[in-house]
Design a binder for this molecule. Structure first.
Ligand SMILES: CC(C)(COP(=O)(O)OP(=O)(O)OC[C@H]1O[C@@H](n2cnc3c(N)ncnc32)[C@H](O)[C@@H]1OP(=O)(O)O)[C@@H](O)C(=O)NCCC(=O)NCCS
Length: 195
């Protein structure tokens, strides 16, 4: 049975008979790549837009959408883009600092646009921008921007490698470099949070 080393853990690949490369940090069996479909993908292929109307049930007594509801929708919008990119099960590992810049009132539309910014080994970062849109005027404002990290997991909870991101333009390169810088800070904060 093939042993797969991902990060510090080793997990079994029950489908393979191949002996692993003990120095490998990723996946030991080329068949595993085929089964997981590690074909590089464009951010545009998984970019997602969610739109819904803010109903009274979503709101606080002032008639504005609850922050927790926005956070829930951000998690879902981010997860959809990451599912489309990875086609795996995912867990949310981190949500960076989140600000609510403007209220979104009952009757407005809430629009969430998510886009994968950078892919690492078993994790990936997604940016979610949240907008309000007044239904009568069409006036649109960005109300939040969030960066989330998702980790791809197999059915047994082990981490699995994710397809690389095709980075083709200068803008995409810049976005990915910024994501890498955020990841370094995030992993530093994780160590502190786990103390
Ligand atoms: C996220 C989780 C799977 C990471 O597991 P772990 O054993 O700590 O995994 P590792 O340290 O090997 O990290 C795996 C990957 O996740 C990344 N990661 C883990 N924690 C992270 C964090 N807080 N922020 C950013 N990335 C993180 C690592 O950098 C690594 O990425 P890479 O393979 O692309 O380099 C684990 O902490 C977990 O299950 N957390 C709970 C998740 C959850 O319940 N979410 C809410 C409901 S979905």
């Amino acid at each position: 049975m093939c042993r797969i080393r991902v990060g510090s853990d080793t997990v079994s690949d029950p489908v393979s008979d191949t002996v692993s490369d003990p120095g490998s940090d990723t996946v030991c069996n080329p068949d595993y790549h085929i089964r997981m479909d590690l074909t590089p993908k464009r951010a545009a292929d998984s970019a997602t837009e969610m739109v819904q109307v803010v109903l009274p049930n979503d709101a606080n007594p002032l008639g504005f959408i609850l922050g927790g509801t926005v956070m829930h929708l951000i998690d879902i919008a981010g997860a959809i883009a990451c599912h489309r990119h990875t086609r795996t099960r995912l867990v949310t590992a981190a949500v960076d600092d989140l600000q609510f810049l403007h209220p979104i009132k009952v009757g407005d539309l809430i629009i969430l646009k998510s886009r994968v910014t950078c892919v690492f080994t078993t994790s990936l970062e997604v940016q979610v921008d949240v907008f309000s849109e007044e239904t009568l005027t069409g006036r649109r404002r960005r109300t939040s921007r969030a960066f989330l990290t998702f980790v791809a997991v197999g059915s047994d909870g082990s981490r699995v490698q994710v397809p690389p991101l095709l980075v083709e333009t200068e803008e995409e390169r810049r976005v990915c470099e910024e994501a890498q810088a955020r990841r370094e800070q995030r992993l530093r904060r994780r160590i502190l949070a786990d103390d």
